[in-house]
Ligand binder design. Structure first.
Ligand code: ZN
Length: 233
């Protein structure tokens, strides 16, 4: 059966999933992480994962003993299906379907399914992910209803309870920065600024006060605006 003191974090190496990882480390005794290589065009987010894990182990002694195995799973079926600005050379803009071309159909559904299957083998039924309804994009697989319906389907299909925690679901990016500060102080905010990658272009060459990124793509704009509101007096 599942260990209720253990949790598996969907950890991409971005800002949101790093905050979710800190959230898990502050609440659960055993924390494991899982990332997905789905053929994303830019690998700098995946490259950030081991750096962030190493710094968390080194600089947050309360959390060191809790942080367990890290897993990286291939989900290249998403790249094979293609058609998204995140997997193919396609301009990021609003599509005819009313969603940005960065939408990867089925992505969070597959992530949750793969994470729950891994959790089954690891004796973990608690998952946490950075899905957020207040996100600008309106991705339908980030909605609370989608996530909780998926958790219900997984609980039925695995015949074991699967709980999906989404601590960022109802907060905006400024509140996400505040949550980071509450969980890990300035050290965690600095770690996220320095190491996490949100940029859709995977840019690590331009440094802003909110971290690295192209500064132009919707993900950078959202991160920058949230940071500015967080730092505003
Ligand atoms: Zn960018």
């Amino acid at each position: 059966m599942s260990d209720k003191s253990a949790i598996l974090v969907l950890f991409s190496g971005g800002q949101d999933s790093t905050v979710c990882l800190a959230w898990a480390l502050s609440r659960f005794a055993r924390v494991e992480t899982v990332g997905f290589d789905y053929g994303q065009r830019h690998k700098s987010e995946l490259a950030a994962r081991p750096r962030i894990l190493e710094k968390l182990r080194a600089d947050f002694p309360d959390w060191t003993g809790r942080l367990g195995a890290d897993h990286l799973l291939p989900l290249d079926i998403l790249k094979v299906i293609g058609g998204s600005a995140l997997t193919d050379d396609i301009k990021i803009e609003m599509g005819e379907n009313g969603l940005p071309t960065s939408f990867v159909p089925g992505r969070n559904l597959m992530f949750l399914t793969a994470a729950a299957a891994l959790g089954y083998r690891r004796g973990i039924g608690e998952l946490v992910g950075g899905m957020c309804e207040t996100d600008f994009s309106g991705y339908p697989d980030c909605r609370d209803e989608t996530v909780q319906a998926t958790a219900r389907a997984l609980s039925l299909g695995l015949a074991r309870p699967v709980t999906v925690h989404t601590p960022l679901m109802w907060i905006d990016k400024a509140a996400t920065w505040r949550m980071a500060e509450q969980l890990g102080g300035k050290a965690l905010v600095d770690l996220i600024v320095e190491e996490s990658v949100t940029c859709y272009q995977g840019d690590r060459s331009h440094r802003h006060d909110w971290g690295y990124g192209c500064g132009q793509c919707p993900a950078c704009e959202l991160r920058a605006a949230g940071y500015a509101r967080y730092r505003a007096p």
